[in-house]
Design a binder for this molecule. Structure first.
Ligand code: ATP
Ligand code: MG
Length: 377
């Protein structure tokens, strides 16, 4: 058998072989580009739990918008964002313009230290506006425009985001051909939307990304396998599909590990049964561990209390298990919902938003319980 490359991409931010279940959301954004300046979808914020595919959505919509002849500039919201974007804009202006608009000098990015973040200096913001204007002057006569994509929005770069947002607002009020796509975890996004200066973002189109339908997962797994020259039996495909829970990151993990465990041209049930535990293990060491590390000890105690149930947990019961008042527990419930770790299901019930987190917590309960007790002292 020829050695075949493994087509699955279980890596943060990596474009999957097939983007499952997101066509509508992509179409909506691309239509807003076609609809012209002022279309509401032109400011979109993608949000949702870890590993749901936010970064991939930004990449995909930027790709499609570029195919319409637009220029796109993508970056992550870390301090220095505006300066970096200005730098990128200047390069594009130089490439598209007849002659260099000015000598290419690198920006000295504001440093970050001692817990302080630095607002972009006024001259950087002025330069940002200037370069945006120049680039749009070059693009608009051709009927195209500029899209900015900002990943991992977070309070730590609030000053840059404020400068970006006010500048963007100015451009839209002037009817310029611009679009802005952002992505972040639900807690970071709601945090930003409560900022006084970022009020106009509250009118942005918010796309909450969620698990994708299993039927589409099945089709995508099957097609990815056959496109790469192998086949998969029906029962194996069924079991692999179910193991993903419709969670995008798990689609790639299951695909990747099942592919590895099969040795012939045909992927069978045995390969799936060997691959799924490997996929779950990787999910634990990447997604679960990272998600739990971001939380406080009490947040984790709340989750441990939930993990006793096989399905959704009653919030009153969780409080009882934690030995706290329902009121006290409700603060943590709200925080965990905001962080995209759990979700409210029926009235008075919560459930895990990340697949296999329950199982992961059960398996590692001792470690997290001990850490919680340690902190309390
Ligand atoms: N719609 C999808 N179909 C199939 N695979 C997907 C889809 N969306 C994302 N993936 C895969 O899931 C993984 C995680 O995607 P991505 O890094 O975009 O998530 P994220 O939401 O940005 O996560 P984080 O919150 O950690 O930044 C990647 O391996 C990616 O290939
Ligand atoms: Mg991401």
């Amino acid at each position: 058998m020829a050695v075949r490359r493994n087509p699955f991409k279980p890596t943060a931010g990596a474009l999957p072989p097939l983007l499952v279940g997101r066509q509508d959301v992509i179409d909506e954004f691309v239509e807003s580009i076609e609809d012209g300046p002022g279309a509401p979808g032109r400011i979109t914020i993608f949000t949702g739990p870890r590993g749901v595919g936010k970064t991939v959505m930004l990449t995909e919509v930027a790709d499609q918008v570029r195919q319409l002849g637009w220029v796109t500039i993508s970056d992550a919201a870390t301090p220095g964002l505006v300066a970096r974007m200005t730098h990128a804009l200047t390069r594009r202006v130089d490439e598209l313009g007849d002659k260099p608009t000015r000598p290419m000098t690198g920006f000295t990015l504001p440093g970050v230290g001692g817990g302080l973040t630095f607002a972009p200096p006024p001259e950087v913001v002025v330069d940002f506006r200037g370069q945006l204007g120049k680039l749009l002057d070059l693009l608009e006569p051709h009927g195209t425009g500029l899209m900015l994509a900002v990943d991992e929005v977070h309070r730590k770069s609030i000053d840059d985001l404020r400068a970006l947002a006010t500048t963007y607002q100015l451009l839209t009020s002037e009817g310029r051909n611009v679009a802005l796509a952002m992505a972040g975890l639900p807690s970071s996004v709601s945090d930003l939307l409560s900022d006084d200066i970022l009020t106009f973002l509250r009118r942005a189109n918010r796309e909450v990304l969620d698990d994708v339908p299993l039927g589409e997962v099945r089709d995508a797994l099957g097609k990815t396998v056959t496109d790469e020259g192998r086949t998969i039996t029906d029962d194996a495909l069924e079991e692999a599909t179910a193991a993903t829970g419709g969670y995008p990151f798990m689609i790639q993990l299951v695909g990747y590990h099942v592919w590895r465990k099969a040795d012939g041209d045909v992927i069978d049930l045995a390969a799936v049964r060997a691959g799924v535990p490997a996929a779950r293990k990787r999910l634990g060491s990447t997604v679960h561990e990272t998600a739990l590390a971001d939380l406080s000890a009490v947040d984790r105690t709340y989750l441990l209390a939930m993990s006793h149930d096989d399905g959704p947990s009653r919030t009153g019961e969780v409080a009882k298990r934690m030995d706290v008042t329902p009121f006290y527990a409700s603060t943590y419930r709200a925080r965990l919902i905001d962080a995209g770790i759990i979700e409210a299901v029926d009235h008075g019930y919560v459930d895990f938003a990340i697949p296999y987190l329950r199982e992961y917590l059960r398996e590692h309960a001792a470690r997290y319980e001990m850490a919680a007790r340690h902190r309390k002292r």
